[in-house]
Design a protein. Structure first.
Length: 147
């Protein structure tokens, strides 16, 4: 069933922008911001061409994914299994999983870099993280004290 294309106004605008916001939030993460910031700090404007190339590649991949999602009857891996065989589809699925895992690892590094200034040089937080009232011996009736 096709979507109703006769809507006008703010509702139709938000419905058309929705997928773009989701895609942007997936593509731009803490790892991306960390990488771009470090490259910008080290090289200045010399690496702007890499940013332009990355934007063009992301736009083309997003457009290709949207076209494949609209035209194919099944998921990409199911279509690949039907057309090229199950082993190639499994290899593609594993490869996509590893790419997603690497992307998430980059995001985790970005988050770690963001909270790193709050740690001291020995790796410990400068303030206690464990609530004092939960420490052994502080709960009434507890026989396990720090001594």
């Amino acid at each position: 069933m096709l979507a109703d294309t006769t809507q006008t106004g703010k509702t139709s605008i938000w419905k058309s922008i929705g997928p773009a916001l989701i895609t942007a939030s997936v593509v731009i993460g803490p790892g991306s911001i960390l990488s771009v910031s470090k490259i910008g700090h080290q090289f200045g404007y010399q690496m702007t061409w890499v940013l332009v190339l990355a934007i063009l590649l992301m736009i083309s991949m997003t457009a290709l994914s949207a076209r494949l999602g609209v035209t194919l009857d099944n998921t990409l891996c199911e279509e690949l299994a039907q057309r090229a065989g199950r082993p190639l589809a499994a290899l593609a699925g594993i490869t996509l999983f590893l790419i997603a895992a690497c992307f998430q690892f980059g995001n985790n590094l970005g988050v770690l870099a963001a909270i790193e200034p709050f740690y001291g040089s020995d790796g410990a937080l400068p303030y206690p993280t464990f609530p004092r009232w939960l420490e052994p011996g502080t709960i009434p009736g507890s026989n396990h004290g720090p001594c």
